[in-house]
Design a protein around this ligand. Structure first.
Ligand SMILES: [Zn+2]
Length: 155
């Protein structure tokens, strides 16, 4: 069923919808200097991420969010599951901008999808943060991998 959903990708990126804030890289709550969250407590047990979705989202928005989760289900072992009694979960809510908390934070942690943020690409992006990943281009060790090219030698 989800595979037949037409995705309205608005062609925008999460950082294009941000309020002026102290968010890291435009859409992460400040936390630590690691690219991925290596803290075992921040990982989701059994690769299962309980979630709830605010009733303020339209049926179409919910389809887009579901299609983003379906991508994870198709390509990874990660499973987003509707919250039952789990203590830790992701609360997908409307708000200002689009951003997320990196990794499992404990309790109900918000994942914000504001105006212009409900596209499959953006939801996949923010869910990746909730799983514990930062932006690859902001890795603390990025300078180790920059290759210096001497342009004079190449002319
Ligand atoms: Zn991001």
């Amino acid at each position: 069923m989800l595979n037949s959903v037409s995705i309205d990708n608005q062609g925008t990126q999460p950082w294009q919808h941000q309020p002026d804030s102290g968010l890291v890289g435009g859409d992460l709550l400040p936390e630590d200097a690691k690219n991925g969250n290596k803290n075992a407590a921040a990982k989701w047990p059994n690769a299962q991420v309980p979630y709830v979705i605010s009733s303020s989202f339209s049926a179409k928005d919910r389809q887009v969010i579901a299609s983003a989760m379906a991508m994870y289900h198709q390509k990874t072992c990660i499973r987003f599951v509707a919250r039952g009694t789990q203590k830790d979960y992701v609360k997908i809510v409307r708000g200002n901008g689009c951003w997320a908390v990196k990794g499992r934070a404990g309790g109900g942690q918000e994942l914000i999808l504001g105006d212009g943020c409900v596209s499959r690409a953006t939801v996949v992006h923010e869910l990746m943060h909730a799983l514990g990943f930062s932006h690859e281009h902001q890795r603390p060790d990025q300078k180790k991998f920059i290759v210096r090219v001497n342009m004079i030698d190449s002319l």
